[in-house]
Design a protein around this ligand. Structure first.
Ligand code: SAM
Length: 278
């Protein structure tokens, strides 16, 4: 079948033509390999006519790949220098792309995309974790407004998201990411794939939501994990002593208070939080 996708100039030319020298302060590490970008855009599954949201399109590499996959995309970019390059993509993919000039931390993605959106981004490192925590903390009834998260993080953050109990990376972010979602590393990306290359390796994390366990309020799970991992080397007996009802809940469920937070499974945290939520 003939390829009907628009012919686009190489990303290197776009960067040169629009003077997009990478800014460290804005976390700019660009991906220019279009095959790699198409592979990232394929991670959420078929995107034809699906709503999608991208943070930080920059010169538009991942943006092109998402548009080639057929999504209806809203992209929020803070660096105004990128807007002319992104306007060229709006023209090349008529009706498929809307660019918002602004700070993704201030934008209500649900209002912009509507429910059911796939969120796909090579995130700037300085706002990546707060954005993720915001999406994971959304209303869940029975699922959140977003359909999937496909997000590039520094490897260390990716490992904290998918960590299992008993490992150094296991902590609050793992519990928040896994108690009502499946989270996995979908792809490791070598630092040399970026321009300029960052100091560390990166990984794309893919998160899909599940119905939330019954009777558990997020705020109690948050308080519980904050207390437990706030003193992660201490026994639960010590770290949870200031949290009303927590030690009784451990006893009811049969969790040994001599254990440390890093040995407690996500399901066990959920069971304790359910009792605290009553
Ligand atoms: N998507 C491009 C790519 O993959 O080559 C660029 C990714 S680069 C790691 C991060 C992008 O996020 C940059 O374009 C940067 O200007 C943008 N950015 C940084 N902080 C932002 C914020 N608070 N809101 C929206 N965009 C932001």
């Amino acid at each position: 079948m003939a390829d009907t996708r628009p012919a686009l100039p190489p990303l290197r030319d776009v960067i040169a033509r629009h003077g997009l020298a990478a800014s460290k302060a804005l976390g700019q590490n660009f991906l220019l390999d279009e095959q790699l970008l198409d592979r990232i855009a394929a991670i959420p599954g078929p995107l034809r006519d699906a709503p999608a949201f991208e943070v930080g399109p920059g010169p538009g590499g991942l943006t092109r790949a998402i548009l080639r996959a057929g999504a209806k995309l809203v992209a929020v970019e803070r660096d105004r220098r990128c807007l002319p390059a992104l306007a060229e993509l709006e023209e090349a993919f008529p009706g498929q792309l809307r660019v918002i000039s602004g700070d993704a931390m201030q934008v209500d993605a649900l209002t912009e995309t509507g429910a059911g959106a796939h969120i796909i981004a090579n995130l700037p490192y300085n706002v990546g974790t707060p954005l993720l925590v915001g999406w994971l903390s959304a209303e869940w009834s029975p699922l959140p407004w977003w359909q999937s998260l496909t997000l590039m993080f520094q490897m260390e953050v990716a490992e904290r998201i998918v960590a299992k109990p008993g490992t150094d990376h296991y902590g609050r972010l793992a519990v928040l990411s896994q108690w009502r979602s499946d989270a996995k590393i979908a792809m490791k990306v070598h630092r040399s794939a970026f321009t300029p290359p960052p100091k560390v390796m990166s990984a794309v994390v893919h998160i899909t939501p599940k119905p939330a366990p019954d009777g558990v309020q997020l705020k109690f799970l948050e308080r519980l994990t904050a207390a437990a991992f706030g003193q992660r080397r201490k026994m639960l007996r010590q770290s949870l002593k200031g949290l009303p009802g927590a030690l009784d809940a451990l006893e009811q469920i049969g969790i040994d208070p001599q254990r440390r937070a890093e040995t407690v499974s996500v399901e066990e945290f959920v069971d304790v939080a359910r009792i605290l939520s009553r």
